[in-house]
Write a protein that binds this ligand. Structure first.
Ligand code: SF4
Length: 349
């Protein structure tokens, strides 16, 4: 059993997750993009399965050195929308607060892979955190703050408490949303102290869990999430659509059901961003739409996320279908067309 986070190719060889002859090539990948596989995730990997969906998310692959011209170091335009260090302000009523840039695991498809990791951006200094908080405090239109990173749940409860104390003092911030993988990838880190640190009087706090495969929702992960939900903090699910990980209807439906069973409402299914060296993990949008169609009508409405694309360059996130309505027709979940009048009110007046 692995007892510590695996951080380089020799760790992976030692844990039996890669063959020794792959180590040199993967070390080149690890030099470019950070590697971390927590004990909980290492345990889940079936090393005998070359297509293991957990390994595919976290084990480096030489395909990552193949960077396409359309790929970008900043695919969703964080830098273009960052007025002060640590803040991304893309939409009027909400802002991202990126307090740290380290994570418990490093996902091979991460859209911020050039920013996260030990070689990535440094955590916010006390002065930079002051400036970020001042930026939020000075803009009454900011209704929601999304604390992300990196992964904010690897901060100590003391630091999280401090972040919440400061956000709690800003009247116009009504909602604080944390984005994290920790409850699934390092469930032991979700302590009572951490959960208590997320709360601030008068603020609605949400936790969005990033999970991509039902196997990540282990009994330990479910218990960690139950601790959060039982504390009165609703949870949302966000999933990245990934080739060879969750791009078939059964796998995706199983994940959505596992989330809902854990009292996590699936929120977004993200089309994989154009992050460098990730083309082997991306599907086409048409494949994503076909998956969404396959789930509609066969899986409970509670289990349906919105399939979204973050428009490259930072132009925002939009739903990308599928679309069931066309002029004069609507399609049912089985794919049959029915006549319908988009402005049916005119027809019945
Ligand atoms: S946990 Fe999130 S920020 Fe960190 S590497 Fe994975 S996707 Fe990127």
């Amino acid at each position: 059993m692995t007892v510590r986070t695996l951080r380089n190719a020799s760790d992976l060889v030692e844990a039996g997750l890669i063959a020794p002859e792959r180590a040199a090539a993967l070390e080149r990948v690890a030099a470019q993009y950070a590697v971390a596989i927590t004990p909980a995730m290492a345990e889940l990997i079936d090393a005998a399965d070359p297509g293991d969906p957990i390994a595919r998310q976290f084990t480096p692959d030489v395909a990552e050195l193949d960077i396409l011209p359309v790929e970008s170091d900043d695919p969703v335009g964080d830098f273009a929308h960052s007025p002060v260090e640590g803040v991304v302000h893309r939409y009027p009523d909400r802002a991202l607060l990126k307090v740290n840039h380290a994570c418990a695991v490093y996902c091979r498809f991460c859209f911020r892979r050039e920013m996260v990791g030990p070689e990535g951006l440094r955590p916010l200094s006390p002065a930079a955190l002051d400036a970020a908080m001042a930026y939020i405090a000075e803009r009454p239109a900011i209704w929601e703050v999304i604390v992300t990173g990196g992964d904010p749940f690897i901060l100590s409860p003391r630091r999280l408490r401090e972040v919440m104390r400061r956000l709690g003092a800003i009247d116009h911030v009504k909602v604080v949303r944390f984005h994290t993988r920790v409850p699934a990838v390092a469930p032991e880190a979700v302590t009572d102290e951490l959960v208590a640190a997320l709360k601030a009087p008068g603020k609605a706090v949400y936790v969005a869990l990033h999970a991509n495969h039902a196997r990540e929702m282990t009994p330990q992960a479910r218990a960690a999430c139950a601790k959060i939900v039982d504390a009165g903090i609703p949870m949302l699910g966000q999933t990245v659509l990934l080739a060879g990980v969750n791009d078939d209807p059964e796998t995706l439906s199983a994940l959505m059901r596992a989330l809902v069973e854990t009292r996590i409402k699936p929120y977004y299914l993200h089309h994989a961003d154009l992050a460098p060296g990730t083309s082997h993990l991306r599907t086409s949008i048409a494949e994503g739409q076909a998956l969404m169609r396959a789930m509609r009508g066969t899986v409970s409405g509670l289990c349906q996320p919105t399939y979204v694309l973050d428009i490259p360059g930072g132009h925002g996130k939009v739903p990308v279908g599928p679309d069931y309505l066309s002029e004069g027709y609507v399609e049912d979940p089985a794919g049959r067309s029915h006549a319908y009048w988009p402005s049916a009110r005119d027809e019945t007046d």
